[in-house]
Design a protein around this ligand. Sequence first.
Ligand code: GLY
Length: 587
Amino acid sequence: MDRHPHRQIRKASPWRRSGSLCAIALIAILTGITPAFGQAILEGERFHPAAANHGMVATSHGLATDVALQVLKDGGNAIDAAVTAGFALAVTQPRSGNIGGGGFMLISKGDGSTPEAIDYREKAPSAASEAMFQDQEGEVVKNRSRFTHLAAGVPGTVSGLALALDRHGTLSLKQALAPAIKLAREGFIVPQRFTEGLEQARDRLERWPASRATFYKPDGSAWKPGERFRQPDLANTLQRIADEGVKGFYEGETARLIAAEMRRHDGLITEKDLKNYQPVVRSPVHGTYRGHDVYSMSPPSSGGTHIVQILNILEDYPMAESGHNSADTIHLMAEAMKLAYADRSKYLGDTDYVDVPLTGLTSKAYADELRETIDPAQARPASMINAGKPAPYESNETTHFSVVDKWGNAVSNTYTINFSYGSGITVQGAGFLLNNEMDDFSAKPGVPNAYGLIGGEANKVEPGKRMLSSMSPTIVRKNGKNFLVTGSPGGSRIITTTLQVIMNVIDHGMNIQTAVAAPRIHHQWLPDEIRIEQGISPDTVRLLENRGHSVVTNSAMGAIQSIMIGEDGTLYGGADPRRSTSSAKGY
Ligand code: GLY
């Protein structure tokens, strides 16, 4: 039942809305200028989305948004623009934009056909083995899966973006790469966040001569805001892809450079692993929430499964009446999140290798069973749900972008090299960073990874297997039409961040910019605590503590670049203020 209309579009009463439209029509007659959309409808809101009616791009970097938007203006579709943005981010945002990592792209066409997912997650090299991150006593050697050449999975980004273009795009790979090559060769002006990132990651990057030479000046200092940063090796690598297609990455010079880098430092990726890498077209997970269809990423990501599972649990509660970020609402969300993350630790893995009870996990009947275990008045300790060992949070720098074109096609893409700057290792001579995605496997079942996530047998390391992810590119449809395009970075917090934007829009009637900006909460079963951002009131925290929750305020979570499509077709872009470089623009 859709009890909570979306205030962004319908907040204005009919007379107010028609009054606004009359005013716009009058302005049009008097000035001869036809407004592209009804801005007046947003009057009175605290946060304002970008609004347009032909195309919209939301990314974590203005330059990537600009080149992708230009593709749309030039007549390209959302897939063309998304692939162009993906390559541009690999240049302008090396901490997470990448060609040395992997990710997932969800595509939902404007013709209403079933959405599809492109899985270009990294794979374990063929020489990988179950105990490769354990010592002789079977203890996990923590940094081996994070900061060594063994940490890198076989990258999937280039083949995944190329496949998306091949299946649904109109541009050639060469055309989609052109802006990225230009940005790498001619350079771009460094924003403050770029400098800060390099200073924060100095230890991780400086250990490796190629990383030092690529990301710092000859005197060792970081590039400063306002200075021009060039990446000639990366430009040459991208040019080889433009000239030779995916073979320009997975075979030939680039593959040789990657394999040589591995041989020098006891890594496992071989030229054969690279040549054998293939992305996969998958069916997204599908669920429903208050009359909306929710499509999100299927395994090897856990994201879609648990977003649908949590929504199913919460659907039976009057979330709108409980109120956004009230203690009642946060309590119910946290209890549902705990149950989902406990299941994640046991059941989720790469479905090409293990059976995952997807239908069961995403069924309404199972959600009914789980809901029965929730006490509305009292937190259930994680230890009563299952046992585990808490671990500290680790920084993360996945990145997400959303695109919608004038035909109503929507793309939701999340890709990553895992940590900020991945493994910190730059491929000598090729100018790009390698991921440290092998840490997303269970180094040993039951031992938490960098995000404190516990994995089970289902996610153990196996040759050629894809490691479990939380990335959750998501598209929500309403009455069969694309309605909300969203997704986020944030490691284990991706699932709950994406969930909250969906609920902020559907349950709490927020416009997309408000939904994106609103303070977020997170519970992942272990550690047994609700993590909150600044902006949740102390009395709410006290009420939660009275129910038995441990509440911890920590840094901002996620950077959810989102687009919402109004009933009249107006496109609203929400850029997440948690990243100073976030940018949503339309035309
Ligand atoms: N590397 C984070 C994730 O894929 O979930």
